[in-house]
Design a protein around this ligand. Structure first.
Ligand code: OGA
Ligand code: MN
Length: 265
């Protein structure tokens, strides 16, 4: 948690460096009590790299330079329960691993959160990798995981293309953090199978590794207050929203930005 900085104002070089260092050490950085417009949120994220334009913006609102809105509301503003959807944020995942160049960071800012619950959980996949036995590490070294958007519900790939983002890509199962050199598992929702393995065997390995990586000792639970901004490192974490709130009645509204990363290796 970092105190005493107002993220609505431009950051000094020293502040941005301090935040970046904390981000690389801790992987999740929390700021409380912020008041941010969507433009200010975008400008904050831009301190750390190129902010991606949401597909939603491209096709619908055509607003650039702003954070996009994620919520549990439908287009009429009524809460809906999407927690059963196999491709929803309620499943353990890392953001957009189905891109050849997946994002390095995501920032979420809480506008309105439920009176109780509506948490976000983070699992540290670097700690999870490190805790594997030498034998398992040897067995999985060099493997590649195939990801595509619809893999969560077993859709045949490639997905409804058109936007060109939904075809299958493969990434290393054990990826090396480009800034810290630490190895981490690259798994979660949208992972389909292991390249070159029989599908069922690959699925079983991915499922076992997910169970391993999401054990309580590797997990941090963020309990939101409105005004929180958190930023996390997609290169060494899994995350998921938790439906531990009154999903059909309470509002959960957050603003989100995603910062472009590099090709995983
Ligand atoms: C996301 C995400 C989880 C949440 O924005 O990428 O997965 O708790 N959010 O809303
Ligand atoms: Mn996500």
């Amino acid at each position: 948690m970092i105190d005493g900085v107002d993220l609505s104002q431009p950051l000094s070089r020293a502040e941005a460096d301090l935040i970046r260092t904390a981000f690389l050490h801790h992987h999740v950085v929390v700021f409380h009590g912020q008041t941010l417009s969507r433009e200010q949120h975008f400008a904050f994220a831009a301190n750390f790299g190129e902010v991606e334009h949401s597909a939603v913006h491209k096709h619908k609102t055509k607003r650039y330079g702003v954070a996009h809105v994620i919520s549990n509301l439908d287009s009429d503003g009524k809460p809906v329960d999407r927690s059963a959807s196999p491709v929803s944020n309620y499943n353990w995942h890392t953001d957009k691993p189905y891109y050849r160049v997946p994002p390095m960071m995501t920032a979420l800012y809480a506008v309105e959160v439920p009176s109780r619950g509506g948490d976000t959980e983070f699992a540290n996949t670097a700690m999870a990798y490190s805790a594997l036995s030498p034998d398992v590490k040897r067995r999985i070294a060099g493997l590649r995981v195939v990801f595509y958007w619809g893999a969560g519900y077993g859709a045949a790939e490639p997905q409804i293309t058109g936007s060109g983002i939904l075809g299958a890509v493969d990434h290393p199962l054990v990826r090396t953090h480009p800034e810290t050199g630490t190895k981490a598992l690259y798994i979660g929702n949208h992972s389909s199978h292991i390249l070159g393995w029989p599908p069922a065997a690959g699925r079983a390995l991915l499922d076992n590794l997910l169970v391993h990586a999401t054990q309580p000792e590797f997990v941090y639970t963020h309990r939101w207050r409105s005004g929180d901004l958190i930023m996390w490192d997609n290169r060494c974490l899994l995350h998921r929203a938790v439906a531990n709130f009154d999903v059909n009645n309470e509002h959960r509204i957050l603003h989100r930005t995603v910062v472009r990363g590099t090709v995983p290796f």
